[in-house]
Design a protein around this ligand. Structure first.
Ligand code: 3PY
Ligand code: MG
Length: 253
């Protein structure tokens, strides 16, 4: 069973990390820290398919669930990633029930969906009964982050076969005419994020949100979010690199 799904089913909340950097070493190291899932961001990074597969192996080896934020809601890419060991698919810019059905169809085998059978790595993890358990092994989240997605939220939520919604606060801010900023305290964005959480829960689905700082993410969990992701690897690396450089130069960069 998927680690994140097990946490949810036992009443808990999952904490993920976000990988914008390509490479296996830091992916495994972060997985070993105890993140429940690590999301490889293929939409806004240079990570391509072969590297993503190697990173998924490293993440699983480190004990976290490998998730991918795909480049687009493209069944061909989603199916191939699931075949190679993505156990969470986060699809950007979902705007309608049709978009959500396309995502659901890509992650489930018939009769629930239209995924083609060829699960190279899941067969190694789950054995020959994978086919019967496949839907339980993968989490699917539709990103709501555009004006149209917001307007059609209830239609998206009516689609069977997706686990829930993942909020992209930066694009959402832009859609609402506000500047994107990390862990935004802009009341317009804060209200929209709260409204989405409430409506997703009213529909009986799970809701996650992209966060930065630990205390902000902790507050989101306390508000009721089922899944948060923390500061991306690149931002953590540059913050640390800046700090040691400043320390070494006595405050001058
Ligand atoms: C957003 O905030 O728009 C995202 O997609 C998270 O990276
Ligand atoms: Mg986005």
């Amino acid at each position: 069973m998927n680690k994140v799904r097990s946490i949810w089913e036992s009443g808990g909340k999952a904490v993920g990390g976000w990988l914008q950097m390509t490479g296996v070493l830091h992916a495994e190291a972060m997985a070993r820290l105890g993140y429940d899932a690590l999301v490889i961001d293929m939409q806004h990074s240079g990570t391509e398919f072969d590297s993503a597969v190697a990173m998924m192996i490293a993440i699983e080896n480190g004990g976290a669930e490998p998730f991918v934020r795909v480049r687009w809601n493209n069944p061909d890419e989603i199916g191939k990633l699931a075949d190679l060991g993505a156990y969470g698919i986060i699809a950007p810019m979902i705007e309608s029930a049709d978009d959500a059905r396309r995502l659901a169809s890509a992650v489930h085998y018939p009769p629930r969906g239209a995924r083609s059978f060829g699960p190279r790595r899941p067969l190694m993890r789950y054995g020959n009964d994978y086919f019967g358990r496949a839907s339980d092994t993968i989490v699917s989240m539709a990103m709501i982050e555009t004006e149209r997605g917001l307007a059609n939220l209830d239609d998206v939520l009516s689609v069977e076969g997706i686990d829930g919604i993942f909020i992209g606060p930066a694009d959402l801010a832009v859609a609402l005419g506000r500047a994107p900023k990390p862990d935004s305290d802009d009341p317009v964005v804060v209200d929209a994020v709260r409204m989405i959480r409430e409506r997703v829960h009213a529909a009986g689905k799970r809701v996650g949100v992209f966060c930065g700082a630990g205390p902000f993410a902790r507050a989101k969990l306390a508000e009721g979010f089922d899944f948060v992701t923390l500061t991306p690897d690149l931002a953590m690396l540059t913050a640390s690199a800046r700090r040691v450089l400043e320390e070494a130069r006595g405050g001058e960069t």
